[in-house]
Design a protein around this ligand. Structure first.
Ligand SMILES: Nc1ncnc2c1ncn2[C@@H]1O[C@H](COP(=O)(O)OP(=O)(O)O)[C@@H](O)[C@H]1O
Ligand SMILES: [Mg+2]
Length: 398
């Protein structure tokens, strides 16, 4: 299947009546959006929140918006800050934008929060006590370092394991808390009441090693901005437009970082799904999305509700479940797609029985098929919630 969004050339595209695309020569990509998506792309100025469910084209909107800015706003690539949640997503977006604008997209500040934070820090490292070639520690390095500090303080590592304590420190960092901002109540009796001191020592050691951990990439930026108004001003002025994908997954540190940077031009567009936050365990605050309109008064809110990925029965089942979520801004997904099998819900005793039931079903589909047409194995898929759950299936299929 080819993705119609990949436009490498300027082949004439079917133009939808009344769309701006009809007037804007060369903007054939606008014709590939539905009305709500186009609305979200064309609201270039001011704060915009695109609120949408899975498979409604959020990423497509963001990518098109970026292309549209470069093409019709005479915005220069280096004046745009675009944040994605993974490096892979960043790469894809860069390729797509390059395809759409037919030019280099290298100069765009496009990447994950971590990558962008690191890029800023390398430029101003000395202002927060590092050198620009600082190393970035991985999780194992972090835990090892903290373990040394715990041992040096004679803290019982059975009772207060380094990995767990590191997790606590990380959550503080996710919330934008430097050691001086962690309250005594917050720290409680962790590590025998000494975790804040250890956090302090840990930061000091990182500095001596000329190193930063992932949390620091954002946290140091916040410190940098708060202590150096001129640096913050420079970035605020530079980034005329800011775009953020998967906004529901931002943590407080990332949110503060964005909010500071967006104060200059206030042209910030975030896309996200208030029903899809999957990173609560690492500090994501779905409240960030619920609060957008308060932070950016006059924000334009666009809802995308047409889904391009799933059949109607799947959407209906998902919506019925999601309706129970608390603290949502609300939207209803629908699709133009017709048909689709009804969903079968079957409660089974354990994983083994589950694997047996599913594999019998698959064999049946393969042999007798549906409506007399056998279905090939390559057209079937099994999804599980977590990796370990595939084991029973693998054993069954051997
Ligand atoms: N207006 C549209 N017309 C046809 N297909 C679309 C449209 N908008 C999105 N799609 C397709 O729907 C799928 C989901 O789009 P994506 O931007 O990844 O959604 P999201 O980020 O909301 O999950 C992609 O395959 C995309 O090409
Ligand atoms: Mg997406």
């Amino acid at each position: 299947m080819t993705d119609p969004f990949h436009i490498e050339d300027e082949e004439p595209q079917p133009v939808i009546a009344n769309s701006v695309a009809a007037g804007a020569a060369g903007a054939s990509y606008l014709a590939q959006l539905n009305e709500a998506q186009r609305d979200a792309v064309e609201a270039l100025d001011g704060p915009t929140l695109v609120l949408a469910g899975a498979g409604t084209g959020k990423t497509r909107v963001l990518t098109t918006r970026l292309a549209h800015l470069l093409r019709f706003r005479q915005v220069r690539p280096y004046e745009v800050l675009a944040v994605t949640f993974t490096n892979k997503a960043a790469r894809e977006m860069r390729e797509r934008v390059a395809g759409l604008v037919g030019g280099p997209a290298e100069a765009i500040w496009l990447g994950t929060f971590h990558a962008l934070g690191a890029r800023m820090l390398r430029k101003h490292a000395e202002l927060i006590g590092l050198q620009s070639n600082f190393t970035i520690l991985d999780t194992d390095d972090q835990v090892r370092l903290l373990k040394q500090l715990l041992e040096a303080s004679n803290i019982d590592s059975k009772r207060w394991p380094a990995r767990v304590m590191m997790g606590v420190i990380q959550r503080w960092k996710d919330r934008g808390l430097t050691p001086d901002k962690v309250t005594a109540a917050e720290a409680g009796d962790l590590a025998g009441g000494r975790l804040v001191t250890l956090y302090e020592e840990y930061q000091e050691r990182l500095r001596i090693l000329n190193a930063a951990d992932f949390g620091d990439l954002l946290l140091h930026c916040l410190t940098l901005f708060n202590q150096n108004e001129d640096v913050l001003k420079e970035y605020q002025q530079r980034f005329r437009y800011i775009l953020v994908d998967e906004y529901q997954d931002t943590n407080v540190a990332q949110y503060l970082w964005l909010r500071l940077l967006a104060q200059g031009h206030r042209n910030i567009a975030c896309v996200g799904d208030d029903d899809q936050s999957i990173y609560a365990w690492r500090g994501a605050e779905v409240g960030n999305i619920l609060r957008f309109e308060e932070d950016f008064p006059g924000a334009k809110v666009v809802r995308l509700e047409q889904n391009y990925r799933s059949t109607a029965p799947i959407l209906a089942a998902a919506s019925a479940l999601i309706a129970h979520n608390e603290g949502r801004l609300g939207k209803t997904l629908w699709t133009e797609g017709e048909g689709g099998d009804p969903i079968i819900v079957r409660g089974l005793w354990d994983g083994e029985e589950e694997a047996r039931f599913i594999s019998d079903h698959i064999e049946d589909l393969q042999r007798r098929g549906r409506d007399g047409t056998p279905i090939a194995l390559q057209d079937m898929a099994i999804l599980v919630r977590a990796g370990f759950q595939t084991r029973e299936f693998e054993e069954r299929f051997l």
